[in-house]
Every structure is written in structure tokens, then in C-alpha cells.
Design a protein around this ligand. Sequence first.
Ligand code: GDP
Ligand code: CA
Length: 305
Amino acid sequence: VRVTLLAGGVGGARFALGLLDVVGAAAVTIVGNVGDDVELLGLHVSPDLDTCLYTLAGVVHPEQGWGVEGDTREALGVVGRLGGADWFILGDRDIGLHLVRTERLRRGEPLSRVMADVAARMGVGARLLPATDDRLRTRVLTDDGELGFQEWFVGRRAAPPVRRLRFAGTPGARPAPGVLQAIADADRVVLAPSNPFISLDPILAVDGVRAAVQARRADVVAVSPLIGPRAVKGPLGEMLDALGHERSPLGVARYLAPLAGRFVLDQADAGHADRIRALGVEPVTAAALMRDAAARRRLAEAALT
Ligand code: GDP
Ligand code: CA
């Protein structure tokens, strides 16, 4: 079976690992989020794509879920001592990737081609596509004004409540080559257990992507990033509250119901199953915590049943 996965960073990448285990790398296309991308110190950083890349290449920091295992921060230390912007963590090995990517982008190569080449060189068998090669940036409207995504997430520790999100560059951002076809041709489209507002929505905001996913709704399955009222990691719980959604897997299922005909939720949340079914969404219960390889594999299997 060919599977296309819409994925953000850590939740998306960990799910992707399980998926590769089940169907094999050659059967998987990942459509990744670029709304988090940021230019720092002259470098183009793509945090979510790189989390997928490092995870699938087997070099990711295992507890953190992002960055390269064993990486050092010598360069960033120098940046700080010299009065440069050191608020965003860039490991030394990580910087090597950013240097190559930035130089190639500056010469006019599309991000999708750079990432395909880098992924191949790192031994990643799955196809990793940025949702768009065009400039798309998540902007966060707060009571302190509008912030760039990383300014809000890292700079402000995701503390100011989110009033609204906006994806600068949309409409008008064109899908990267292969994105729409990967959604149309897959046997299954999976919405990873990623943050729906800041990981999935910026992918769906690319011209034609939401419609392409909607057209496959019967074959689209979403996996809950919430277990009970809590995100396994990150600010999703607070964001659901701030944006006026129920803080539960049901709240996420309701939000994604126009796109996904099936929804995987944790066994502990089985009490929501009837209300999810009432939305016209088929609930599937499974152990949703991806604590190890076996758990990731079982969750991927549940999503594909
Ligand atoms: P980010 O860019 O690293 O924030 O990436 P994602 O949006 O892909 O991942 C964050 C989401 O993954 C959060 O909402 C987490 O709750 C979810 N997540 C992380 N680990 C797990 C897990 O083991 N199981 C499930 N179901 N969700 C998880
Ligand atoms: Ca992210």
C-alpha cells in the first residue's frame, strides 16, 4: 500500500518511523510543514522537515525528538559571545545542513530538490516533500501583537495565548512537485498525530492541498495528538482552549472531520467514540503513546486497518 503522511515535527516524525516499519520506506511519501521555517544568522532553517529527516535517518536526539544526537553547540556559543542572536538552538552538525541548504536555495534551487538530495545522501528511503517550495510562514496573533512562529514558540515559550493564526504567503503558495499527486494516488492518506493548527493547517493552506485531501476523505485517517485532555508534548492543549475548541480528542476529531473519515484515538479515550461516530467519522481505538518502536508500529498498523 502507498501511504502519504501529512506531518509536522516530532509527533509526525515518530509516527513516520512506525509507518515505515509497517509498509516499507519505498511506499511512503511525507508531506512536511514549512510554516515553522525561519532565517537565522543568514541560514535557512526548516525545523519540521529536519526533524523528519533526522528521525528517519536514525540520528535524531532520542529524548528530545529533534536535533542530532550527540550534537554540540560550539558555533552557537561563539555567536552568543559575539553578541549575535543565539535564542534559537542550532547544533554544530545541524548548522552543516543549514549551510548546504541555504547556499543551494540562494543559487535558485527549490527546497524540494535540496531536501530530496539531502535525504538520499542521509540514507532516507521515504520521499520527504516540503508542502511548498514557495515562502509560507506561520504568524501568531496574540494580545502582544503578531509574532513570527519561532518568535512566539521559542522566543516567548509559547506563553502568549493564540488569538488567531495566519499563514503568510497563502493563498498563492503552490504545492511542491509531487504533493498533489501523492495525495491523489495514495491508497491511504494519514494526518499524523501532529498539532492540527501549527503543523497540519500550514500544509493544508497550500493551494489545492485541502481540496485534494477532502477529495480523498474516505481514505483519510487522522491520528490523535492528544491523549485525554493533554498533548503528549507541546502547546496543543492550551491552543485548543485559546481557539475555542474542546480540549479532548473529540475536539480534534471535530476540527479534522471535514478532512478525515477515520480517527485513531487512545483506548483511554474510548468514551468519545460514539460522539466521534456521530460526526460521521469512524473511530479506531489503539494505544496512542509512541513510547518505543513496537508502540509506533502498532499505532501505524491501527491507522492502516
Ligand atoms: P512539532 O513541530 O515537533 O510540534 O511537531 P508535531 O506537530 O508533529 O508534533 C507535536 C504533537 O505530537 C503534539 O501535539 C503531541 O501531543 C504529539 N505527540 C507527540 N508524541 C506523541 C505520541 O507518542 N503519541 C501521540 N498520539 N501524539 C504524540
Ligand atoms: Ca513544528
